[in-house]
Design a protein around this ligand. Structure first.
Ligand code: AMP
Length: 279
């Protein structure tokens, strides 16, 4: 397994592999890898000749008051996990290497202003900018994204389509703890009491699905039930509870099959997100 820090070297390696007719799979991450990330890596290794994992905590997608400084990092552990999974290259650039004197950004409009974009107005611009840069550096044929960050997946897919990027975005299912909590690097910050109550996000989504399965289609009613459930956990504070159309991300009034229920909530200071397709 190679570890590449330089953009130029990464591009040269990718170019060479493409010339040789190899298919390149890519998994962009911020490191501190867990089973959620590894599920993407395994899919990429299975579906491509070569797999590149990037590890880069992207400052552009954090607002000044957010957790950039204390975001968990452990490169040695990540390296070991990638080796075990038969990753071919870890792309591990410094902030200086990635941004230097960068003055350019790319933004997807509209669908980045709702849901997480409301409480994190600069977040998705940071995500799309870093992803476009990474796509141009790693030159993948297929790039793997977790549906845990559902809005991110939709936004990236839209950018790829709107800018006619020559690569495929592959969605991957959410990996969960035994009790249902979606795996996240940020779960690390939870106190034992917060961790216990964090499962309420998943429970509220299951409630939505249960109601929909029983024939309830009034989004307002379903969302109220979800809110009531979360309100029963004193350490949880709702950021949003939504049911949206999966491509426009517009809030629906009548729920139909394939719409997505999403929830974001703070457990203490930790903001967690989760979602479930209603089908
Ligand atoms: P991050 O390191 O948080 O930027 O995540 C890197 C990639 O891993 C993104 O595509 C995430 O959606 C995906 N991911 C994170 N957690 C999970 C999970 N629990 N299940 C599936 N994918 C995940």
């Amino acid at each position: 397994m190679k570890i590449i820090n330089s953009i130029q070297e990464m591009q040269a390696w990718a170019e060479e592999q493409r010339k040789q007719g190899k298919s390149l799979g890519f998994v962009p991450t911020m490191g501190y890898l867990h089973e959620g990330h590894l599920s993407l890596v395994r899919k990429s290794v299975q579906e491509n000749n070569l797999t590149v994992v990037s590890i880069f905590v992207n400052p552009l997608q954090f607002a000044p008051h957010e957790d950039l400084e204390k975001y968990p990092r452990d490169f040695q552990r990540d390296e070991k996990l990638c080796r075990q999974e038969k990753v071919d290259v870890i792309f591990y650039p410094s902030e200086q290497e990635m941004y230097q004197d960068n003055l350019t950004a790319v933004a997807v409009e509209k669908i980045t202003r709702v849901l997480c974009g409301q409480s994190r107005p600069t977040h998705f611009k940071g995500v799309t900018t870093v992803c476009l840069k990474l796509f141009n550096i790693v030159k993948p044929h297929q790039t793997y994204f977790g549906l845990k960050d559902f809005q991110q997946y939709v936004v990236i897919k839209k950018m790829v389509r709107d800018l006619n990027l020559d690569l495929e975005i592959v969605p991957c299912p959410i990996v969960r703890e035994a009790d249902g909590l979606a795996l996240s690097s940020r779960n690390e910050y939870l106190s034992p009491a917060e961790r216990k109550q964090a499962v309420i996000l998943f429970k509220s989504l299951n409630k939505a699905k249960e109601l929909f399965d029983q024939g309830e289609t009034e989004a307002k009613k379903i969302k109220q039930e979800m809110r009531n459930l979360i309100a029963g956990q004193p350490l949880a504070k709702i950021d949003y509870v939504s049911i949206v159309n999966p491509s426009s991300l517009k809030e629906v009034e009548k729920v139909s099959c394939g719409d997505v229920a999403l929830v974001a909530a703070f457990l203490g200071k930790v903001r967690l997100i989760d979602n479930l397709v209603l089908e």
